[in-house]
Design a protein around this ligand. Structure first.
Ligand code: 5RP
Length: 279
């Protein structure tokens, strides 16, 4: 691997464990100010020290993140649509273009760029071309590309299907993505086996309880994922810091699921006690 590319990637995927806990806060690029991400600075600040990388758009990076941060940045560079179109024409959410150049990503000292691909949609060809173009540009600058196998509204069911996700991840790797982000599914090991680059898992919608979210993380690691790029199940949790610490315990510390959940409860109790003592 070319030195610059390897160096950037090793800032995100920690060489000590070969794994990563990425914090995703890019949701506003098509969802606007969603619950608990209305003020990204407030959401991110207490979590930054526990994140191996932060995934976000350039606007939120510039306006809400301290430039002195040492946390590596994964810059979302695709978009161009919004949730307001969803009811009218759900497939249009997949109509993404490249919104930020690789030069700009270099200027912002990003450690990787990320885009969504929509395999099986009307915009499959366009979004795969976006990926191929970014990889070509990335090769000129030593910039790794993270391909996100987005499913969009029309493919919500397929988004849980190993065969579909294996197809999307493999195509992303074939086109040159340095790593791939996908969803958890029952036969995730088949998805990982067919994908020659590292796979990280998104959390998806906020689950009813933290144990369910930690189970996804635990099962993903057991099935070969090298970590997570998670958002809502961290910062929409009752205790986001406790949640990300417990995820780290699984990803980097090889903790069992019940150990990680125990850690979550201890951290939760500590935070509640500290709050009570201070009021
Ligand atoms: C949206 C994204 C998000 O970053 C991704 O879905 C991760 O966040 P969450 O864990 O909330 O699903 O790429 O397209």
């Amino acid at each position: 691997m070319e030195w610059g590319l390897e160096n950037r990637l090793s800032r995100i995927i920690k060489p000590e464990t070969g794994r990563t806990v990425m914090l995703a806060v890019d949701h506003g690029y098509f969802l606007g100010p969603i619950n608990k991400l209305e003020n990204p600075r407030e959401t991110v600040s207490p979590l930054l020290e526990y994140a191996d990388a932060l995934m976000l758009t350039r606007g939120i990076l510039r306006n809400c993140i301290d430039a002195k941060t040492e946390t590596p940045i994964v810059l979302r560079v695709s978009g161009g649509n919004s949730i307001s179109n969803k009811e009218k024409s759900p497939e249009e959410l997949a109509n993404e273009t490249i919104t930020t150049s690789t030069q700009e990503a270099v200027r912002l000292n990003a450690s990787a760029v990320a885009l969504s691909i929509y395999v099986g949609t009307k915009y499959e060809h366009q979004t795969l071309k976006n990926l191929a173009m970014l990889v070509d540009e990335g090769m000129q600058y030593g910039m790794p590309v993270l391909a996100v196998t987005a499913v969009g509204k029309e493919l919500e069911e397929k988004g849980k299907d190993a065969k579909y996700l294996a197809l999307s991840c493999r195509i992303a790797a074939e086109l040159g993505a340095s790593f791939v982000k996908t969803y958890y599914c029952d036969e995730l090991e088949k998805v990982v086996k067919g994908c020659p680059v590292p796979v990280v898992i998104a959390g998806g919608k906020k689950l009813d309880n933290e144990l369910d979210a930690l189970k996804i993380v635990y099962d993903s690691i057991q099935k070969g994922a090298i970590g997570v790029d998670m958002g809502r199940n961290i910062w929409q949790s009752e205790n986001p810091a406790a949640m990300i610490k417990s995820i780290r315990a699984i990803v980097h510390g090889n903790c069992l699921l019940d150990e990680a959940y125990h850690l979550f409860n201890i951290e939760q109790l500590k935070a509640k006690t500290a709050k009570r003592l201070c009021t």
